[in-house]
Design a protein. Structure first.
Ligand SMILES: [Zn+2]
Length: 338
């Protein structure tokens, strides 16, 4: 018999994301006997996706991950991300370079965010789950604090980049490919769920929140940061103003009309929707507030640093905070699993 695909999966209690039953681990796959489903391990990363991400099919994504890995052997993180965009036709050069910049700044931003999270005083200790890990910056920042970190993402092609970041930084992080709406973990696996910039891309944000709640231990908590549907600024992914005020079914057409590249795969929530979704998922002590600015966001303000300082002051005033919550560019949410 061959060795199990990835030995640690067993110790975390991975289960079939469809029926939540036990899986049989083989050298190159996990099998669910009950569902008769076979979850492949690609480039050493287990693929538990039930649905493809909206941009690319499952097999095309795996193939892109393989090509990227092959073309970036021994490359730096930046070179690897540049290679990624060179393999992605249809992205204007200027936009690709902004994406590269974003990935390279993400480490500092995530470290600052993790530093600011309240210490786990009195909270359960244990592994943290990063939902929508992307290029792994947040999961690596968590691991730096000596916490066991697991990063999941729907894109295998980004997980090979995330793993490269972890290797370069010497961070021990486990990466798994899966849907936020269908986590391959047993109930009560994690002490904390963190997520930055992911909820707005979920097919079903409420289902993703319900899954986050399910995998948390009692008194474990979720901390997340997401785009506000009703942001007072241009929508950050497409650079178009006022998208949130257009009915959702028309948003894609509106963004294309305003010169953007479409909006079918973005569904940011308003602060009210986010709070309601967290409560429906079963979280208690739910707080939704205007997000604090992090270093790269402050840097983007350029000469308008005063605006950033004013925002931070207003954010701390209870009454103003309530007003700002409606229109702040980014929201932070917190909830406790009962
Ligand atoms: Zn199953």
């Amino acid at each position: 018999m061959s060795a199990p695909a990835v030995a640690w999966h067993g110790s975390l209690g991975v289960v079939c994301p469809r029926c939540r039953g036990d899986l049989a681990a083989r050298a190159d796959a996990f099998d669910c006997g009950r569902c008769r489903v076979h979850y492949p391990v690609v480039l050493g990363i287990a693929d538990f996706r039930l649905e493809a991400d909206p941009w690319i099919g499952l097999e095309d994504d795996r193939e892109k991950a393989r090509r990227l890995e092959q073309r970036s052997r021994g490359a730096s993180l930046e070179a690897m991300v540049r290679t990624y965009w060179s393999m992605t036709p249809g992205t204007p050069a200027e936009q690709a370079s902004r994406f590269v910049h974003h990935v390279m700044n993400a480490g500092a931003r995530s470290r600052e965010w993790v530093e600011r999270l309240d210490p786990p005083n009195g909270r359960p200790s244990g592994a943290w789950l990063d939902v929508g890990t992307g290029t792994g910056d947040l999961a690596c920042a968590v691991a730096e604090h000596g916490v066991r970190a697991v990063g999941i993402d729907v894109a295998m092609r980004w997980l090979v980049v995330a793993r490269r970041r972890a290797e370069i930084e010497g961070a021990h992080v486990d990466f798994i490919c899966c849907n936020a709406e269908h986590l391959p973990f047993a109930d009560r696996t994690f002490a904390r769920v963190v997520s930055v910039g992911t909820l707005e891309h979920c097919r079903d944000a409420e289902q993703a929140l319900a899954e986050a709640k399910r995998v948390l231990v009692p008194r474990g908590d979720v901390k997340l940061r997401t785009v506000n549907r009703f942001t007072m600024l241009a929508e950050p992914h497409v650079g178009v103003w006022g998208v949130g005020f257009v009915p959702r079914r028309l948003a894609d057409r509106y963004v294309r009309w305003r010169g953007g590249q479409g909006y079918a795969h973005h569904r940011p929530l308003s602060s009210r929707e986010l709070r309601r979704g967290m409560r429906r998922a079963g979280f208690t002590a739910v707080h939704v507030e205007p997000a604090s600015l992090l270093a790269p966001e402050r840097a983007r303000l350029g000469t308008a640093q005063w605006a950033g300082r004013a925002y931070e002051r207003v954010r701390r005033l209870p009454l103003m905070s309530a007003m700002l919550r409606a229109s702040a560019p980014l929201l932070e949410a917190h909830g406790v699993a009962a």
